[in-house]
Design a protein around this ligand. Structure first.
Ligand code: MEV
Length: 438
């Protein structure tokens, strides 16, 4: 098939599936069966999913797991995680249990400011634009009142609007750089609506401003959009305990463990190749909770990685130290999250996840997500600096290999028993399965 299709979105769901199946599959019936196997038997739920996006043909499942025993600021939480990677929930649960008997996680929201920008071109003298901006700044607020009214009633709204001269990077380029407080909503629609109104007001007022020349009056709006870089929407999560208390099965020498752990973090602080993988481990925890709670994980990913590069070189998001015999491990990350609006009231599993978390405010959710990230990072570094990562990873991955073989219950028991005290590798499992089957 190397032809475009027209009017695809107007076809019914059945017609879309039929087209896909006959165009791309040698056995269309099988393709249709696979797609339909993942339809929800509850028509209402299926309709909901159909309408989330355009051209829905089926649902794409990933597991929803839970990691219990997270002691956060003195309260126990069970954290929902939506993720496909086999070892992540197990690692989170292990880290949670470990820290639950060592004081737990302490967290703090540092700030909750969101950002949006109107990017525009002004052909004229910067001083005149500055004077014009001072004159109309108040109008920017008043002309968005119908949009901000409800948000203001909830304690949020527009915090400030500043004019930024960016002509040093692009000729005639300026911005309205706006900060917002959006309380429990992620605020994307609110911010973008405000920005589009600012753009309108800016253009209109400029066209009637007597002190501008004809060219100056003609402000060109390039775009109005929120920024997913939110360095002032920041949360901190931390664990710490006396070094001696770190002792457990895999940590026989706590002093040595703590030193090696700090060294591993130090490497991620200065070495970008390691930092990316180190932070990927943090995002294993962060994304899983962000997704389970119906938040935009792409936005979070983009913002967090930009933050990891804020000093000019990509670096570790977490830090560790030993001071006066106490081991501390912490991180600060930007998280723009919501617990109202968006998917939070639409997706039944998201609603359930938020209820499991005892209906957190956005600030509480920021703290929970940061904890999941830090726990994940702790679990990864603990494995990496002690047993190595493959031991745990492959034990969890064993199920996937057995599923590839469509192993029977007896085969599964035999294989699991065999690998109880042996290193799991893909080829070792394949060999054993072949042996069992012969
Ligand atoms: C795997 O998904 C994540 C790790 O690679 C993280 C790390 O290396 O720190 C284990």
């Amino acid at each position: 098939m190397n032809q475009a299709v027209s009017g695809f979105s107007k076809l019914s769901k059945e017609e879309k599936i039929a087209w896909i199946a006959t165009t791309y599959f040698s056995t269309p019936e099988n393709a249709i069966e696979v797609l339909k196997n993942y339809w929800n038997s509850d028509e209402k739920i299926q309709k909901l999913h159909d309408e989330f996006i355009e051209n829905t043909i089926s649902n794409f499942y990933i597991p929803l797991g839970v990691a219990p025993n997270f002691l956060i600021n003195g309260k126990f939480k069970t954290i929902p995680m939506a993720i496909e990677e086999s070892s992540v929930v197990a690692a989170a649960s292990k880290a949670a249990k470990f820290w639950s008997t060592r004081g737990g996680f302490t967290t703090r929201v540092i700030n909750t400011e969101k950002i949006g920008q109107v990017h525009f071109i002004f052909n004229g003298a910067t001083e005149k634009l500055n004077a014009f901006f001072s004159k109309i700044k108040n109008d920017l607020f008043t002309e968005t009142e119908s949009i901000t009214k409800n948000m203001q009633a909830r304690g949020g709204g527009i915090l400030d609007i500043i004019l930024k001269d960016k002509t040093d990077v692009i000729p005639n380029y300026y911005q309205l750089h706006v900060s917002f407080e959006t309380k429990d909503s992620m605020g994307a629609n609110f911010i973008n609506s405000c920005l589009e109104q600012f753009a309108k007001t800016l253009k209109e007022k400029a066209s009637g401003y007597e002190l501008f020349s004809e060219t100056e009056k003609d402000i060109q709006i390039v775009m109005s959009i929120l920024s997913n870089y939110v360095p002032n929407c920041l949360v901190r999560a931390e664990v710490s305990c006396p070094i001696a208390d770190l002792k457990e099965k895999h940590i026989t020498n706590p002093q040595e463990f703590a030193e090696k752990f700090v060294q591993a973090v130090r490497i991620a602080e200065v070495e970008p190749f390691r930092a990316v993988t180190h932070n990927k481990g943090i995002m294993n925890g962060v994304d899983a909770v962000v997704l389970a709670t119906g938040n935009d994980f792409r936005a979070v990913e983009a913002g967090v990685h930009a933050y990891a590069s804020r000093n000019g070189q990509y670096a570790s998001l977490s830090h560790a130290k030993i001071e006066n015999g106490v081991f501390s491990f912490w991180m600060e990350i930007p998280l723009a999250l919501g617990t109202v609006g968006g998917l939070t009231s639409l997706h039944p599993l998201v609603k359930l996840a938020l209820e499991m978390l005892e209906k957190p405010s956005a600030q509480e959710l920021m703290q929970i997500v940061a904890v999941a990230g830090l726990a994940q990072n702790f679990a990864a570094l603990r494995s990496l600096t002690t047993t190595g990562i493959q031991d745990g990873h492959m034990k969890m991955h064993l199920n996937n290999i057995l599923n590839q073989f469509d192993a029977t219950e007896d085969e599964r028991i035999a294989v699991r028993n065999h690998f109880k005290n042996q290193t799991v590798s893909h080829s070792a499992v394949v060999d054993l399965m072949n042996q069992l089957r012969n």
